[in-house]
Design a protein around this ligand. Sequence first.
Ligand SMILES: Nc1ncnc2c1ncn2[C@@H]1O[C@H](COP(=O)(O)OP(=O)(O)O)[C@@H](O)[C@H]1O
Ligand SMILES: [Mg+2]
Length: 230
Amino acid sequence: MNGYFITGTDTGVGKSVVTACLTTLFKSRGENVGVMKPIETGVDPECSSAANSDAKFLMEVSGVQDADVCTYRLKTPASPYQAAQIEGKEIDPEKILEKFRVLQAKHSMMLVEGIGGLQVPITRQYNVADLALQMNLPLIIVSRIQIGTLNHTLLTINAARQHGLKVKGVILNPSHGGELDAIEEEQAPLIEEFSDTPVLGNCPFIQDVSSEGIKNSLGLIQRNFQEAQI
Ligand SMILES: Nc1ncnc2c1ncn2[C@@H]1O[C@H](COP(=O)(O)OP(=O)(O)O)[C@@H](O)[C@H]1O
Ligand SMILES: [Mg+2]
């Protein structure tokens, strides 16, 4: 298993930022990192950029020029299932898996950013958890550091386990650049206590979340994840 599937407790929690940070971290360790964002919605394929396309952003951070980092791009900002329905298209998960296997064979470390959370539908019968299972990658769950995180994180861990997914651990993502208060500091030990799942670390708060800004934050990223068994 040479890689991780990065999911989140919600959309907008920081999956792309964390995936970009991990890409930079693994590259600094000499890994040949490949990235994938299997489906993107809310992106105009004609005029996508690193600012509005996760796939382009991750390609910029990784420096890879692979084709097919993103198998399906849909304009409608909705779940893949809903967006495909609206646009009269159908998503074929097998096509995503084929592209994944090609990329996995090329790279020593694959980082796949999920779409929203685990139970986001891709087709009528197939969701993001099914995709992670078929890719056979352990999960990294990105959670916000804020009130409500404990519930969202435990729900996601339970859903993952029920689905037979292996959970490597949780990465907590701060929503501000200041010091964490006592309640925020306690999120990590509480998640570990109630789920028996390790918190791998906190992602640093990055002022400039462009690909250059992420690369320039390597020192911070290394410091935050130096203890993490990833
Ligand atoms: N660690 C971070 N430091 C600074 N800003 C962040 C961080 N994580 C997320 N953000 C902000 O939140 C936005 C959403 O994060 P993103 O990684 O795109 O979420 P997701 O991929 O889960 O939808 C980012 O564009 C950025 O503005
Ligand atoms: Mg994203």
